[in-house]
Design a protein. Structure first.
Length: 386
């Protein structure tokens, strides 16, 4: 049952990371905010995730997988209740904070447990890619579910239904038996781990990746609304909203396919950094293409392509890094590199929102091109030092 809980953790994490994007076209009018204000909400959510990530990793090494997983399911369900009630910007900030705590609990439990329980713990990069197919499943189902629910019921009831769904795995998390944890809560360990070059470089790889993924996850529906609205002016607003929201699902499908494919490569842990370097080159081409896309079919195809390319970077980085460290510090290692990576989520989507306020989201996506170049350089460095 520990495998089931691990996979449910990352699936619900996918819901957390796609939630704001999935409800953005309804949330902004409800709160009376523009794209810059929505970018601020993204930054607040990601800032909370960054702050919680490091502590969650050390707590997991100390208390084990079960309590952290249970806290994650409970807190994310509470966050959805708060989002259903949020009618002002301050209320939305509170919901962001609770969602950040819940997301990082799920993230730490799921992504440290998966490499230990899949493939017998012998191929952590492949295990992480296969397990994170379920992250893509959460990313896929959330906008589809939100779009379907918004057409059939009120905003408040739609989010309550999603909140109940996130609470359903809690009994399984309570009943599962997990691998033991023998470490203690030790903040001094962080400094020692940062002295190993693998940790900061892996963190910077995730910084670039998270900046790109978070930008797509949160801004793709708005970008789609811009492109589809120009391409199909005859469509009603609600139809355009639905098509734009479903771009996140196409993105998630591409991510799931990419991660499943990579999980079948036996040498992915050994050669992972070189796969990441190749993905960075292709990602640059995809990002450029989406900044000049003019048609509905074109932007949909690029959403799928971006998911295919981006998908392997995170789980491969985690698996390659875990292969370098013993199991008793993996929670802390994960917390460190994830916290470094989340800085990209805090900075990049907000920067795109600021550009979009003056021009468009599509134009703002050009900010991702330098990240693709940096990702290539860091991936090569990762391959040499690990």
């Amino acid at each position: 049952m520990d495998k089931v809980v691990a996979l449910l953790c990352v699936a619900c994490l996918g819901t957390c990371f796609s939630l704001l994007g999935a409800i953005s076209v309804k949330l902004m009018p409800r709160l009376g905010i523009d794209k810059g204000g929505f970018g601020t909400l993204i930054s607040i959510f990601m800032s909370v995730c960054l702050a919680v990530s490091l502590v969650a990793g050390m707590v997991l090494d100390s208390v084990g997988f079960g309590p952290v997983a249970m806290a994650g399911f409970g807190l994310t369900a509470c966050a959805l209740l708060l989002w259903s009630r949020a009618a002002t910007f301050p209320m939305a900030i509170v919901a962001c904070v609770v969602l950040g705590f819940g997301a990082m609990a799920l993230n730490t439990a799921g992504n440290t447990l998966i490499p230990e329980v899949l493939f017998g713990g012998k191929n952590p990069a492949a295990a992480s890619n296969l397990g994170n197919v379920f992250f893509g499943l959460g990313l896929l189902l959330t906008p589809l579910s939100a779009s379907w629910l918004f057409r059939r019921t009120t905003y408040e009831r739609a989010l309550l239904v999603l909140g109940v769904a996130l609470l359903l795995p809690l009994p399984l998390a309570m009943l599962a038996t997990y691998p033991p944890s023998h470490a203690s809560l030790d903040f001094s360990r962080v400094a020692g781990l940062l002295g190993d070059a693998v940790v900061p470089v892996a963190g910077l790889v995730l910084f670039c990746y998270f900046g790109m993924e978070a930008s797509f996850a949160h801004w793709l529906p708005t970008l789609g609304k811009e492109v589809i609205g120009r391409d199909r002016p005859e469509l009603e607003g609600r139809v355009v909203d639905g098509l734009a929201q479903r771009l996140l699902s196409w993105f998630a499908l591409g991510m799931m396919a990419g991660r499943f494919t990579v999980s079948q490569i036996p040498v992915i842990t050994r050669y992972g950094p070189w796969f990441i370097a190749g993905a960075a080159v292709v990602a640059a081409a995809v990002v450029f293409a989406i900044t000049v896309a003019r048609g509905t079919v074109q932007v949909r195809s690029l959403a799928i392509g971006s998911g295919l390319v981006f998908g392997l970077v995170f789980p491969t980085t985690i698996g390659v890094t875990f292969a370098h460290f013993p199991k008793d510090v993996r929670g802390t290692v994960f917390g460190i590199i994830f916290a470094i990576g989340l800085a990209g989520c805090v900075i990049v989507p907000k920067a795109i929102g600021n550009v979009a306020r003056r021009t468009s989201v599509q134009h703002g996506m050009r900010l991702l091109l330098p990240l693709c170049i940096a990702l290539f350089v860091l991936a090569v460095a990762f391959g040499w030092i690990r």
